[in-house]
Design a protein around this ligand. Structure first.
Ligand SMILES: C[S@@+](CC[C@H](N)C(=O)[O-])C[C@H]1O[C@@H](n2cnc3c(N)ncnc32)[C@H](O)[C@@H]1O
Length: 395
C-alpha cells in the first residue's frame, strides 16, 4: 500500500553504536544516505525508485538497529497538546489512519532512563503521557484503542504501528512500521525482560532477551553447554526453562547455581574439556570476555568433534572497539561454514558493547520448535522443591 511518498528510514540503536550501524547500512544498502543522527537515533535517505513499503521494511533486519521503520520526519513544539495535534494532522499519519487497518501506537525515547525499580526503560513516564494523549486525541476514523492496556501487550503480528521517538522532550520523530518480527511488536524493539532479584549476574536478562528475540526451539530436558558461565546468570535463565546445563569456566560459579540439580560445573577453559562431554548436547552458548575470533576458535574446536550434534548456538561476540563490527560478515560466514544455515545477529538492548549471534543448523528447526513442548520459566517454588528431576545425558 502506498502512503505519502516515504523516502526516509529511521533506526534506533544503542547510544554509541551509530557509526557501526551507519557502516552496516552502507554495506547492505549502498544507495541509502545517512541524514539525521543523534545518540541512539538515526535516519537514512532511501534513494530507491520505488517508495518505501513498511511490509517489506518489516522483514528487514540490521544487527545494530533495535528498531526501524518509515520515517515521516520531525515535529517540534513546547506544548504536549500542540505536538499531539501535529501528529494527527501530518499527511503521512493521515494516510496510515485512513488505510482502515487497526493502528498500534509506540512511544519511546532514544536513550534509556532508570525506572523506580532501578531498571533501564525506554518508555518513560513522559512517553506514557504522550501515548495516552495521542490515543485520546486520535481522529474518529482511526481504529485505535483509546487507552493504554496494562500490562502492555505486544502489538498483534503484522499490525501497523505509529512510532513516536522522543529525541528530546520537545522534538519528536514520527514514523511507522509493520510488526512482523517479535521485536517489532514492542516499543523501540525492547522486549520486556526483567532481571529477577535472585539472578547472580546481568547475563540472566541478556540470555532471556536473546532467547525471546531468536525464538530458538529450546525444550525442557534439552542439554546446553555454556562456555564462560561464571558466575552463572545465563545458566540460571536456562535452568529456569527446565534445561540441563553444563557450565564451563575456570572462574568461580555462584553457590546457588552450583546447588541446582540440573547444573554441573567443569572448572576449566573450553579448550581443556574432553570432547566426550559434548555428546548428546543440543545447545551451546558462549559468553567469554575474549575477542570474537577466540570465541569462535573455542566453539569450533567443539563442533568439529564428529560426535557433537549441536543444533544451535547463542554466542556473545565482544566488540572491544567498534572497528571489530566491520568484521561481522566474516564471523557469520565462519559459523555458516560449520554447517549452520540459519545465522542471525543482533545487538541486544540488554547487552553491552557486543553482538549476539544465534545459529541453527536449519531454518526449518525454527518451525519445529513451535510444535515442541516448549516451556517458559519454571516457577521458583517448583525449582526449590527438590531434586526429583530425570537424569540428562551427563547428569
Ligand atoms: C562475561 S563473563 C560470563 C558471564 C556468565 N555468562 C554469566 O551468566 O554470569 C565471562 C567469563 O568468561 C570466562 N572465560 C574466558 N575465557 C574462557 C575460556 N577460554 N573458557 C571458558 N571460560 C572462559 C571468564 O572466566 C569469565 O567468567
Amino acid at each position: 500500500m502506498s502512503h505519502a511518498t516515504p523516502e526516509f528510514v529511521f533506526m534506533t540503536c544503542r547510544a554509541g553504536a551509530e557509526s557501526a550501524l551507519k557502516q552496516e547500512v552502507a554495506r547492505v544498502e549502498p544507495a541509502w544516505r545517512p541524514a539525521f543522527s543523534r545518540p541512539g537515533f538515526l535516519t537514512f535517505k532511501h534513494a530507491g525508485e520505488t517508495p518505501l513499503d513498511d511490509t517489506e521494511l518489516g522483514e528487514r533486519h540490521w544487527t545494530f538497529a533495535h528498531s526501524h521503520g518509515v520515517s515521516l520526519g520531525r515535529l517540534t513544539g513546547t506544548q504536549l497538546a500542540e505536538l499531539v495535534r501535529q501528529v494527527w494532522q501530518h499527511a503521512g499519519v493521515s494516510a496510515i489512519v485512513n488505510s482502515k487497518t487497526p493502528l498500534e501506537i509506540h512511544v519511546w525515547q532514544r536513550e534509556p532512563a532508570f525506572d523506580d525499580a532501578g531498571d533501564e526503560t525506554f518508555v518513560t513516564p513522559l512517553c506514557l503521557e504522550i501515548e495516552a494523549a495521542l490515543r485520546v486525541a486520535a481522529p474518529e476514523s482511526a481504529i485505535v484503542q483509546r487507552a493504554i492496556s496494562t500490562p502492555r501487550r505486544a502489538a498483534p503480528h503484522n499490525s501497523r504501528v505509529l512510532d513516536v521517538v522522543v529525541v528530546e522532550p520537545g522534538e519528536w520523530w514520527i514514523g511507522y512500521h509493520r510488526a512482523v518480527r517479535r521485536v517489532e511488536r514492542w516499543p523501540g524493539g525492547v522486549i520486556p525482560v526483567r532481571l529477577p532479584a535472585h539472578a547472580v549476574s546481568r547475563s540472566y536478562v541478556k540470555l532471556e532477551e536473546a532467547l525471546q528475540w531468536s525464538d530458538l526451539p529450546l525444550a525442557r530436558e534439552d542439554e546446553c553447554v555454556e562456555i564462560g558461565c561464571a558466575p552463572g546468570g545465563a545458566s540460571q535463565a536456562l535452568l529456569e526453562r527446565g534445561l540441563f546445563v553444563t557450565g564451563i569456566d575456570p572462574a568461580v560459579v555462584d553457590p546457588t547455581v552450583l546447588a541446582h540439580p540440573r547444573f554441573r560445573h567443569l572448572k576449566k577453559r573450553g579448550s581443556d574439556v574432553r570432547r566426550q562431554e559434548f555428546v548428546g548436547v543440543r545447545w551451546l552458548t558462549a559468553d567469554m570476555n575474549i575477542a570474537p575470533n577466540d570465541t569462535l576458535d573455542e566453539v569450533e574446536a567443539i563442533l568439529t568433534n564428529p560426535q557433537a550434534a549441536i543444533r544451535g548456538l547463542v554466542l556473545t561476540l565482544k566488540m572491544s572497539d567498534w572497528s571489530v563490527a566491520t568484521r561481522l560478515p566474516e564471523f557469520v560466514e565462519r559459523v555458516r561454514a560449520w554447517g549452520f544455515r540459519d545465522v542471525r545477529t543482533r545487538q541486544l538492548v540488554t547487552g553491552g558493547q557486543e553482538v549476539c549471534l544465534v545459529a541453527l543448523r536449519r531454518k526449518a528447526l525454527r518451525r519445529l520448535g513451535r510444535k515442541r513442548n516448549r516451556v517458559g520459566a519454571l516457577s521458583r517454588e517448583r525449582q526449590d522443591a527438590g531434586h526429583d528431576v530425570p537424569a540428562g545425558p551427563h547428569f
